[in-house]
Design a binder for this molecule. Structure first.
Ligand SMILES: NC(=O)c1ccc[n+]([C@@H]2O[C@H](COP(=O)([O-])OP(=O)(O)OC[C@H]3O[C@@H](n4cnc5c(N)ncnc54)[C@H](OP(=O)(O)O)[C@@H]3O)[C@@H](O)[C@H]2O)c1
Length: 287
């Protein structure tokens, strides 16, 4: 039994790889940068959703004992109509290499058949393959990504178009913990999990919590959709990504993320991490 993590150098996949490594499971990270972006001691290969010639690479990897790939963790590329290459790859992995299970990380707004990851979800249902769709809310780790991190650190600001929208921020570690169960449990989950953090917070609340943790004022600046788009483009975001994020933030300002549940506790047996704990853990990074 071996596992392939596509988007393997990303926030959730690296944490998922750590869970697999701790339990002595064989795994392989797959992304465009391959080994150059992987942590030492974690096997990785070059894989690009948009380059079909790389799709065979995971299946050529020499797992110990000749183990075969039993399940694949899937993450979309940031391109138009990402479901098209993804569904083709799923067919290829099933038909040519007998992969039996797929775990997809999508978003809370995903719905079966809706353009986006809903099209991959629909493909799972239509083909009858074993699957799980993770629908996480917004990651706490976004705040320690290069862009937002330096704005918090240098300017004491968080820019969004989220207004007073409440969001159940979730740690990537908790998403990975749910993914770990979905990949390795003997019985496939064959459902979606809406992976939400423990409390509903506005970005004003986040700024307040960071101010308390860091001992200096951090301010949430709420922008109009036009200003937020320009703010993202000025910071180096592509037009596609800036539009995508602004749309999500405007939807969040209208309450699209305002949900709470106990899926993390139910699936993993552990309650999800609070933002206060996350802020404590990463305090040094923002200082
Ligand atoms: N961040 C959030 O708040 C949030 C909320 C809800 C849902 N999500 C969803 O959760 C998923 C994970 O997000 P994330 O923020 O953890 O992602 P991330 O850290 O940015 O990681 C993305 C990964 O995908 C790889 N990748 C990008 N294009 C690729 C391609 N064409 N072929 C193969 N690999 C490719 C990247 O590595 P290389 O550069 O090496 O290829 C990287 O490892 C995404 O699907 C996102 O939409 C995110």
């Amino acid at each position: 039994m071996a596992f392939v993590l596509i988007g393997g150098t990303g926030k959730t996949a690296l944490r998922l790889a750590q869970f697999l490594q701790n339990d002595n499971h064989q795994f392989l990270l797959a992304s465009r940068r391959g080994q150059s972006a992987a942590p030492q001691g974690m096997p990785a290969i070059k894989f690009d959703w948009m380059d079909k010639s790389t799709w065979k690479e995971p299946f050529l990897f020499p797992f110990v004992g000749g183990e075969k790939i039993s399940a694949i963790y899937l993450m979309e590329p940031l391109v138009a109509e990402p479901w098209k290459p993804m569904n083709k790859f799923i067919n290829y992995a099933r038909q040519e290499h007998n992969v039996e299970r797929f775990v997809l990380v999508a978003g809370t707004s995903s719905q079966v058949g809706k353009p986006g990851m809903g099209m991959v979800w629909q493909h799972f249902l239509q083909t009858g393959v074993d699957y799980c769709v993770l629908r996480p809310s917004w990651f706490m780790e976004n705040l320690v990504q290069e862009g937002p991190l330096s704005v918090i650190k240098n300017d004491g600001k968080i820019y969004t178009a989220c207004g007073q929208g409440k969001i159940p921020f979730i740690s990537a570690t908790d998403i990975a913990a749910v993914a770990y169960r979905a990949l390795t449990d003997p019985k496939s989950h064959n459902c979606d999990h809406r992976v939400l953090g423990p409390e509903l917070l506005t970005y004003d609340d986040i700024a307040q919590k960071l101010s308390t943790s860091l001992g200096r004022r951090i301010e949430h600046v709420n922008l109009s959709s036009e200003d937020r788009y320009q703010n993202l483009v000025d910071a180096g975001a592509s037009d596609y990504y800036a539009r995508f994020l602004v749309n999500l933030e405007i939807a969040a300002s209208g309450g699209s993320e305002t949900h709470i549940n106990d899926d993390v506790l139910r699936v993993t047996g552990r309650a999800p991490k609070s933002f206060d704990l996350f802020a404590q853990e990463y305090r040094a990074v923002w200082l």
